[in-house]
Design a protein around this ligand. Structure first.
Ligand SMILES: C[S@@+](CC[C@H](N)C(=O)[O-])C[C@H]1O[C@@H](n2cnc3c(N)ncnc32)[C@H](O)[C@@H]1O
Length: 211
């Protein structure tokens, strides 16, 4: 077998998480209108968890906030409930999810973008960023922290949740320790919470200070 045949065979070999990733991709790209109902049935709490964590720490009036991996806009609803004078922009990889987010009329600008790449927003421009449900297996790992941090103002905050399975497997703790050691962030708060109440799935909820 040549090395390129070996690579193709390797790529075809099903990985344990593939089915879940494919199910999510199907949901985001083919059935975005079903997302809120499906996660609602699982008692999805991540948007409220990150919005609560951010609102407890953010002291800026009329804050300009970026919603990273905004999906259908559930996090915007949770943020606006607690910070009604906020101005929200958002981005997501899935154009279909963005169309659902647009229907909430809670965002100024919505863009299609990949959290692992340089983002199409000005560096150092947001008072804060918020993200729920993005940092997990099958979505993004620690490589998607710096692109979001880059567009937050120095002194701004990033509130996010990281599913526990990803926290360990994708070595988020180590990555965040590196960001702290490099003086890029300080961990302001770090708590454990349940993001899917119906099935008892847990996550870390963090608020990072960008330096
Ligand atoms: C579980 S949903 C969370 C959506 C929303 N934040 C919420 O809590 O309801 C994950 C979202 O991340 C988006 N996503 C996955 N990978 C991404 C990436 N690399 N860049 C940006 N968005 C991504 C998906 O399209 C999906 O809308």
């Amino acid at each position: 077998m040549t090395s390129s045949q070996a690579q193709t065979a390797q790529a075809r070999k099903a990985k344990p998480f593939d089915a879940v990733v494919q199910a999510f991709a199907l949901l985001y790209n083919r059935l975005p209108g079903s997302y809120n109902g499906l996660v609602g049935a699982l008692d999805y709490r991540a948007p409220d968890l990150v919005a609560e964590a951010l609102a407890a720490e953010l002291t800026v009036d009329k804050p300009h906030i970026l919603d990273a991996g905004c999906g259908t806009g559930l996090t915007a609803k949770a943020v606006m409930k607690r910070l009604p004078d906020a101005h929200l922009d958002g981005f997501d990889l899935s154009v279909k999810m963005l169309r659902e987010a647009e229907k909430t009329q809670l965002y100024g600008t919505l863009k299609s973008a990949d959290a692992t790449q340089r983002l199409p927003f000005r560096n150092d421009s947001f008072d804060a960023a918020v993200s729920s449900g993005l940092y997990t297996l099958g979505h993004v790992g620690p490589e998607a922290l710096l692109p979001v941090l880059a567009v937050i103002k120095p002194g701004g905050l990033f509130a996010l949740n990281i599913y526990d399975a990803a926290w360990e497997k994708l070595r988020f703790e180590e990555a965040i320790d590196h960001l702290v050691a490099d003086s890029l962030v300080t961990v302001r708060t770090l708590t454990k919470a349940t993001h899917f109440g119906r099935i008892g799935q847990t996550c870390r909820v963090l608020v990072l200070d960008k330096h």
